[in-house]
Write a protein that binds this ligand. Sequence first.
Ligand code: ZN
Length: 180
Amino acid sequence: MKTANTTEVTKIQYREPGAGAIEFTKQYTEGLAMYEAAPVIKQLMKGDLHDQTDKRVKRCDYCGYYWRDDSLRNTKRTCSDECKKNVKTMQRRQQRADKELLDPNPKPKKHTLMDDYLWWLEYPFWIQEYSMIKVGWKFEKPSGVGLMDYVEASRERMGEGNRKKGVTHIDYHGDDRDLF
Ligand SMILES: [Zn+2]
């Protein structure tokens, strides 16, 4: 029989406890105040509280907490449907990763437009103007008609670049006779 020892306990990865684990824990903490329950839960997690001969008490494959399998054949491995679903998702992800790792002819990753944007640099920039234009317009907010009118009016008034063109007088004589 496998018994819970300390080395096993340190390796266990706990996740948010599933319904079965909560149900099981409640038997021991029912009616206790928070500060009273905490040490009880700690002990429970180490496997020191429950009946060691009860073969139906096991750790959930997903959340890692103890729970009691009340199913007919005692073959369940997770404490709740939620945990079961999560284990399956995890396994699928693992299988996909393994397959990719072992694939002798991996499909080259499709190049996307965003790959041309070096966003991780201090001054991010595009290495392809084409990609920049294709993606960038989605994030640029067009100016309203009012602002465009204003810009156009200033341009007419002040000239290109919105700088007022100054009239320069070159002073040859030291007085204002050149002005007339
Ligand atoms: Zn669970």
